[in-house]
Design a protein around this ligand. Structure first.
Ligand code: COA
Ligand code: AMP
Length: 633
């Protein structure tokens, strides 16, 4: 069957489609139905709610039981430490069972939250799986976030335990995690019962007495724990993502739908068979890392590469090719920005010639818009299909893509192709009416969303409804704008909110504004995302100073840059800021951020009819020219 037949088949019988997909999962008690409507009349509900199942069993144990214990489950390839370690499914089962046993002995059980703050080491995935084994709910926090962001997540998730490593390793510098953890716990109102610390040789930490248990010691005498079956609608994890304010959204993932959808996507979308090697070069702190480093490859019985390095500088722009060739990677997934970084250092792709990449069947790009230059460069270099696909933390798996495992559809460069079964994508105008093909609009998904997508936000059902469901009744609002063409291909153009995308990392300009507003000399501010050749977008701050402040602009800007780095983290990449007298606003006082973006990007600006004082745009232009914006070309 081809894509169209499968998609139409799903549309005609979603219940049958997903019940069939669910047969690939080992249930302790099979679900009697796929979707249960919650009766609110919105089209929302839960998937596989009356099934009983365990994530870790499906990701690990069942492969061992099926005689595949000797297959490599995880390859830790760490150019920053010089380590390559392979862990078989049987070893992974033993490691995870023991870790789960140790956590259970400390009182962790079903429904308890556990925060994981670790770099790209296999222990991060073991910790996630150990939580799943016990029915505990993990929340992984990206290592590039600083104390404040960690504290906000601690207070929202209220974890019973935090599992951390002593350090992360960035090219050229070690990032000690313990001071960040200490800082977060000093700020947070909630205190976990205990922490577990994985000591890394590169920078061991002094454990906090009475708080920190040693990763190895606390497991020493632990009895292995068995898998605890949980309901299909039991939360597997919470993953915080940026919204429009400084309070991140805690995306909840339910267990049953997560297993079914991820397993389905591995063959049908990513085109890999069990036993093959799959590599997503992302980080476990992001949704790509959750879905396609940790869970989907393991659930589907693949080998997953856990890569601790960067596309360039670890040690050179040939690293990706080395990993693909050395580990026989079949499908490779990364963000376009990684390819832009490689292209910048090795424009002719000369490093590739050193490696045999005949194992590679396809390259998958997501996380930000895949610009045609990058897609074409990658396709020419690698000679395999380059598949752009579109999804979000909220959905957990692709909304749209090119389902190579079903049928390779023609690639249209600049489009992430077509909706996956489960997603009924509509392009709507402001009033919620569908617009004709080829017309720009808000991208929405007709409810219900498929299995594996968010059922709610942690502790914030009202916010969930306000943020995603209220604007277009009967639909999920993606926050992206774009269009559908006459072949049914989607084109994703821009966010409709204050979320920006920096090197494939989703960040909130609102959160940065909240930090800047705390600077004693800043009376008012705005942060926008400006175009950047390497990272796609970069945040840029506009600062209006308190009356009477008469200090050098550079000093204030430097303090603001430091504040954002200290509060949000280096990953925000906040370095650009200018002092201005006033911000352009509408007569009702709304800051005209979209207009500011156009000015900073050097695009043609249509002065909005609602602007309070058009002269402010010239002041903005003058301020921007002091920091070299708009960029030439
Ligand atoms: N822990 C601590 N610090 C981190 C970190 C982590 N896990 N990840 C990033 N940082 C720091 C970096 O060291 C850098 O700090 P600096 O300001 O001191 O240089 C800062 O955060 C910005 O990092 P990054 O966005 O990685 O930029 P970069 O300039 O170091 O590298 C790229 C640029 C393009 C090579 C890099 O962004 C990249 O590999 N991107 C791929 C994106 C990706 O995988 N996205 C996931 C979604 S699929
Ligand atoms: P995240 O939740 O971090 O995965 O970010 C999701 C957002 O990244 C989406 O809402 C889009 O704005 C953007 N995004 C992800 N993939 C793509 C893509 N293939 N094309 C365009 N934008 C994308």
């Amino acid at each position: 069957m081809g894509y169209r037949e499968i998609y139409e088949g799903w549309k005609a019988d979603p219940e049958g489609f997903w019940m069939q997909a669910a047969e690939a999962i080992d249930w302790d008690r099979a679900p009697t139905r796929a979707f249960t409507d919650d009766g609110t009349g919105h089209g929302t509900g839960e998937w596989f709610a009356d099934g009983l199942v365990n994530t870790c069993w499906n990701a690990v144990d069942r492969h061992v039981e099926a005689g595949r214990g000797g297959q490599v489950a995880l390859i830790h390839d760490s150019p920053v430490t010089g380590v390559i370690q392979k862990i078989t499914y049987a070893e992974l089962r033993n490691r995870v069972a023991r870790l789960a046993g140790a956590l259970r002995a400390q009182g962790i059980g079903k429904g308890d939250r556990v925060i994981i703050y670790m770099p790209m080491v296999p222990q991060a995935i073991e910790a996630m799986l150990a939580c799943g084994r016990l029915g505990a709910i993990h929340s992984v926090v990206f290592g590039g976030f600083a104390s404040h962001e960690l504290a906000v997540r601690i207070d929202d998730a209220r974890p019973k335990a935090i599992i951390a490593a002593s350090c992360g390793i960035e090219p050229g510098r070690i990032v000690p995690y313990k001071p960040l953890l200490d800082g977060a716990l000093a700020q947070a109102r909630h205190a976990p019962d205990f922490c577990v610390m994985l000591q890394r040789d590169e920078h061991p930490a002094d454990p906090a007495p009475g708080r920190d248990l040693d990763w190895y010691e606390f497991q020493h005498e632990a009895a292995p724990a068995e898998c605890v079956p949980v309901e299909g609608n039991h939360p597997a994890y919470i993953l915080y993502t940026s919204g429009t304010t400084g309070q991140p959204k805690g995306v909840v993932r339910h267990t049953g739908g997560h297993l079914v959808a991820l397993n389905w996507s591995m063959k049908n979308h990513y085109g890999v068979d069990p036993g093959e090697v799959f590599w997503a070069a992302s980080d476990v702190g992001w949704v790509v890392g959750h879905s396609y480093i940790a869970y989907a490859p393991l659930i589907h019985g693949n080998t997953s590469v856990v890569f601790e390095g960067k596309p360039v500088g670890t040690p050179d722009p040939g690293t990706f090719w080395r990993v693909i060739s050395q580990h026989n990677v079949r499908s490779f997934f990364t963000a376009p920005t990684a390819f832009r970084a490689i292209k910048r250092e090795d424009p002719k792709g000369e490093y590739k010639a050193k490696y045999d990449l005949s194992c590679l069947r396809a390259l998958y790009l997501a996380g930000e818009r895949a610009d045609p230059d990058t897609v074409n460069w990658a396709a020419d270099l690698l000679g395999v299909p380059v598949i752009d696909h579109w999804w979000q933390t909220e959905t957990g798996w692709p909304i749209a893509g090119n389902p190579l495992g079903i049928e390779a559809l023609p690639v249209k460069v600049g489009s992430p192709s077509v909706p996956m079964p489960g997603y009924d994508v509509r392009i709507l105008d402001e009033a919620g009416h569908e617009v004709p093909d080829g017309t720009l609009g808000a991208i929405a998904i007709r409810l219900p969303l498929p299995p594996g997508t968010l059922p709610t936000l942690w502790n914030a059902e009202d916010r969930f409804r306000r943020a995603y469901l209220d604007h277009f009744p009967g639909h999920y609002e993606t926050g992206d704008a774009g269009m559908k063409d006459t072949d049914g291909y989607l084109w994703i153009m821009a966010r409709t909110d204050d979320v920006i995308n920096v090197a494939g990392h989703r960040l909130s300009t609102g959160a940065m504004e909240e930090v800047l507003a705390n600077h004693p000399d800043v009376a008012e501010c705005a942060v926008i995302g400006v175009a950047d050749e390497l990272k796609g977008q970069l945040p840029m701050g506009f600062l209006c100073l308190t009356k009477g402040v008469n200090r050098p602009e550079e000093e204030i800007v430097a303090e603001c840059v430091k504040m954002v780095r200290d509060e949000i983290g280096p990953v925000a990449a906040f370095r650009l800021a200018v002092v201005v007298d006033r911000l352009p606003k509408t007569r009702s006082g709304k800051i005209l951020r979209a207009t500011m973006v156009k000015v900073a990007d050097g695009e043609e600006v249509k002065v909005p009819a609602t602007i309070d004082d058009p002269a402010i745009l010239d002041e903005i232009r003058a301020a921007l020219s002091r920091i070299g914006y708009p960029k030439a070309g």
